[in-house]
Ligand binder design. Sequence first.
Ligand SMILES: Nc1ncnc2c1ncn2[C@@H]1O[C@H](COP(=O)(O)OP(=O)(O)OP(=O)(O)O)[C@@H](O)[C@H]1O
Length: 452
Amino acid sequence: MKKNNIFKILVVDDEKEYREVFQMILEENGYITEVTCGGEEALEKLKNKSYDLVLTDLIMKGMDGIELLKNVKKEYTDTEVIIVTGYGTIKNAVEAMKKGAYTYFIKGHDPEELLIEIEKLKRLVFIEKDNQILRSKQGHSKFMLNTKNKEFKKIINIAEKAAKSNVNILILGESGVGKEVFAKYIHECSDRKDEHFIAVNCHAFSESLLESELFGHEKGAFTGAIDKRIGRFEAAHGGTLFLDETGDIPLSTQVKLLRTIEEKKIERIGSNKSIDVDFRLICATNKELHKSIINGEFREDLFYRISTITIEIPPLRDRKEDIPDLINFFFEKFKIKLKKDVCEIEKEVMDFLLSYEYPGNVRELKNIVERLLVLSEKGIIQESDLPEHGDKKTYDKEIEDIKPLKVIRKETEAKYIERVLEQCNYNITEAARKLDISRRQLFNKITEYGLK
Ligand SMILES: Nc1ncnc2c1ncn2[C@@H]1O[C@H](COP(=O)(O)OP(=O)(O)OP(=O)(O)O)[C@@H](O)[C@H]1O
């Protein structure tokens, strides 16, 4: 942090007297300063060292201040430029600001004016540097885990603390709330962050394939096992294993899983050689495991093993105050990904985005924003591009036939999936990718909702 507080300035002026005066004033005020006598020399210095600010005279022999400014803005985007000018050339200095100069200073004016501007700039630079550190801590802006919701803040704190230990963590929450995002965040906050994060969607495999996926197999262990294959436990050695949809693991595999968690050893299918595995386990499910235990579908002993710490992520409708930041986050993300800019968002769109209930949680919000950007033309996000156009009106109306939430969720999900399928011309792979679920999960949903 201390290192970041150093603000380095390069003074460029072909008049020795001015160079020295500026250097003296700046150093008296605690800035690290170097001087040089022209544009070309300044660029030479910039090649080897980084400066936060270049304070340059406008009119110089050889490369002038404007030319230097253009070069700096092109090559060194983190370096700001202040132009120093005489009265006669203020017009040119204003022009320089249009080309990216931070501001200009008129020779002969009170140096205090210049110091105030530099101090302002320094603060801005430090805010940006701090933000960069914060963003890199948060996985290079991959997720948006800033929250204004008190409960969610507490949950994030628990996750961060739990990350430092090696305890097994169970993440609960509806589909799309960000359970996998959370698991990755825990991994990145842990000492294992430089090792692999291995995710397995337990719902996506049949019983025998799931075992082979988790534990691996030897060549010829079963029909189709043409080659030896290491399992996900081995792949996660030293890192984190994330078992998504844990509630869907068949009972027989649960027994094996329990033993592996307790002993930290596995045997590949078709081998009785035991292999040590060192992994941090994070499980997630949207099922109510207590009910599954009562129904005999989930082992109680396994439940206690995997849930040393349980984190329950609230649905998006219970942390509505975060919706504006999430909308911004996804707009920024997709603007870059789709190389599209946004200059106007129709008010109706924003009203809808801010008031919608999001039964599909963050995943649905993300998909809506992506869709809006894909369909936008000339940078305008229009109401007519909203999915389920008119849904908001449904929310405004008085509800005549109140149904159980479960039924509503299913109906909404079915409608949404059908629209995505239509949009993807019933290309299952593409639709599954867009919905961020496996092909198998999508097949199951299509069958469940009778969509074909
Ligand atoms: N906080 C967040 N920041 C950025 N993206 C998020 C966040 N939460 C969720 N997402 C995005 O929403 C989608 C769903 O997230 P994720 O897969 O983590 O949810 P889930 O709860 O594990 O869902 P499921 O139960 O269906 O597997 C992903 O595309 C993810 O990138």
